[in-house]
Design a protein. Sequence first.
Length: 767
Amino acid sequence: MRSRMIAIAVGFLCAAWLPQVIPVWGCICIALLTLVFAFYRRSTYNGVLLCFIAALLYASCWGSWQLSHKLPDQLLRSDWIVTGTLVDLPDSEAGVIRFNFKVDSMALHRLPNGSHNSPEIQKLLSDLNVRLLKLSWYKPTNNLIPGQYLKLAVRIKPPHGLVNPSGFDYERWLLINKIDATGYVREVIDKETDIDGGIAGLRHAMNQRIEQRYSESRDMALVQALTTGYKANFSQDDWELLRQSGTVHLAVISGLHIGFVALIGWWFGRVLSVLSPRFYGLPYCLSVLFAGIYMQVAGAEIPTQRAFIMVFVFMLSGLLKWYIDIWQRWWLALVCVLIFTPLAVLEVGFWLSFCAVALLIWFSQQPIRWYGVIKIQFLLLLGMLPLYLHFFSAISLVAPLVNIIAIPLLSILIVVIAINLAVSFFSISFFDGVERNFVDLFWTLVDLSAAQEWSYLTLDPPPLAVIVVAAIGALILLLPSGSLPKYMAVFFFLPLLGDQMRGDDLDTSPVPETSRLSAIVFDIGQGLSVVVEVGTYRLLYDTGPAYLSGSTAFERAVLPYLTQARIKQLEHMVLSHDDNDHVGGFSAVKKAVHIEQIFSSFDLSGEYDQPCKRGVKWRVGGVEFEFLSGSTGQNDNNRSCVLLVSDGGCSLLLPGDIGKSVEASIVKRHQALKVNGPVTWLVASHHGSRSSSSELWLAATSPENIIFSAGYANAFNHPHPEVVKRAKAYGAQVYTTAKTGAVFLKSDAEGECTTTTMRQDEKRFWR
C-alpha cells in the first residue's frame, strides 16, 4: 500500500511540471494503453504503475478543468457588468480595497477593439464560466462587508503574473486559489444592505469585535490572525520580528493550530464518552468537528485545508479501525491533500508541514524522557534545516528556545480568545485582561528573541547538491544512538560550511579579457530593469516602479535573482531618468546590495555620483560600455541615459525613454552605431511608445532583436501596434516581457549571440 501511495505522490509531482496539460482524448488513450499493458504483462509492479498513471492523468484533468474557467486572452482589458457576492474578508490599505468576488452573472459591456459581435467573441461568451474574480477598488467611497451582494462595473483581464528567475509564481497561486480573472472596480452600481454573510459575515463581526478592544495595531493583528486568519494588519516590521524569532508559524493559522484545536475536541470527546461509553467514536468525531469549525472561521485557506485533511484522515482511520500504521496514515493524508489540490506539491507550505509531521512521528517512536519536549524542538530545527536552507537560505537559531515557551502560550491564548469572543457577544468582558496579558507576553518574548544578534542567521543560497549532503548529515544526527557514529555528520556539513566561506560575490579579481556579455531584461511590469553581467562585474540599469503599498517591483522581480545568484554588490548602477517606472525601486536597491558607483541623468540629493554624459565610457574584460547621450534635454524622458554595451561580437543598446528627436541626434553624431554590424539587442525606448523607435533609429541600429519592457494589459497600450509592425518590417525578432517573461541575452566564447525567454525555458501548463 505504501509503495502505491508513493507512486501517486510521484505522479502528482510529474504532472505539476508538465509544460501543458494532456488533452482529454490523450488521457483516455494513455489510460486504455496502461490498462492493456497491465492486463497482458502481469507483474507485482502493475499496481504501482496504475497508481502513478492515475495520479498523472487526474492532475492533468484537474488542470484542464481549472484552466477552462479562466478568462480567455481575447477578452483582455474588457469591461463587464457583474453581479455576485463578496467572499472572504477584504483587505484595506492605502486607499484601496482588495477582495474576492464570487460571480453569479456577467454581461460584456465593452471590448477595447469594439468587436463585440464577432462570431469568435460570441463563441467565447457562450462558453464562459468564470467563477471567482480578484478585484481592487481604488479610492473607495465606503466599506465592503463579506457576504454583501453587489452589482459592479469592472475591467478585468486573465490571471497573469511576473515571470522571472527565482521569482514568486503568482499565476500558479491564482490557479490554486481558483481565481479566474483579476481587475479593478470602475463603479459600484448597486449593493444590498440586507446581508447574510454566513461564515464570512461571522468572521467580519469577530474582526470588528477585536478592533474595538485593541488600540495597539500589532496586538490586534495577532488576535485577528489567530482567530479569523486575517493577516493584513501585520506591518512589515512585525513580520520581520516574527521571522527573526522563528515564530511566523505561530502567528498564522497552520497545522499546529488546527492540530491543537483537534486535540481539544478529542479530549472533550473522551470526557463525554466516559459518561456515555456506547459512543466510542465521539472523540474522533468531535476532534474533526472542532478542527473543521476552526478551519472555516480561519477562512479555509489552502494551509488550513491541508491541516484539516491531515486531521480528518488520521481520525477517520482510527474511527473505522483501519489497522494501518501511523506512517501509512501519513502517506494517505499526503495523497488526500494532493487529490484536493494537485499543485500543492510545488508549495513551500506543503513540504514544511508534512516534513514537520513526519519528524514528530519519528520522534514519537523514540524513547521519551522528561527533557523530551526541549530535545524535540532542537531536533525539529535540525531536521528541517535542509528545507530552510533550500526555501529561505536562513534559519532562526533562537526558534527552539522561543517555541518551548511560545507554543503552550499561544495554545492557551487560542482558548482564551475563543471564550472571550463568545462571551463578548453578550457584552461580557471578563477575560479581556487575561487575553491582553497573554498577547503582551507573546510580543515581549518575540521582541527579546529578535533583539539578539545571533537570533537569525542568513546564508548565501547553497547549491542543491550541498543541501542534499547536509540533509544526510542531519539524518545521521537524528538516528537513534548506536545506529551510526554521530561524528560522521561533521563531514557531511563541511561542504555547506565551505560553500558559505567561498564568497563568490565578493570576488575582486580582474575580469578576464575573454569574459563575454550577458544580461537579463526582467519582467518588471510597466517599467524597466536590466542586469548586465561580465564575469563577476554587474551593472543594474534602472530599478522598475514603486507601488502605492510601499513595496517595489525590484523586490518582487529582480531581488530574488540577485539573492539566488549571491550578488551582494553592483559595480555600477544607471538610473536613466527620474520617472517612477524606472527608478521607483532605488531605495530598495540600496538596502539590498552595495553600489560602487551610480550614473544618473538627475540630481540624487546628496547621493549623486556622476552624470551619464555623452562620451563617458569604460571597459570591463572584453566588453565596452559607452553613454551615447544623457543628462541633457527638455524633459526627463529626453534626458535619459543611453547606454551601449558591446563585446565586439554582440551588443546591447539601452535608450531609456528617449523620444524621436534624441534618437535623431544620436544617429547624426554616431554613424557607427551598428558596432561592427547590427545592434544585437535593442531595448525599445519608452516601452514601445509611438513617440519613440522611429524609422531613422531602426535603420541606423538595424537591431536583430527588439525587447519591449511593458506591463501586461497596460493602460498605455504599450508596445503600440505601429511600433511592433515597424520593428518587424526591419527584420527584428520581437520580444515583449509581458508575454515572454524575463528575456535572457548571452554572448558565448565563439561570439554567438543567443536570446531565450523565461516562459519558453520554464514552460508550465498554467502560464
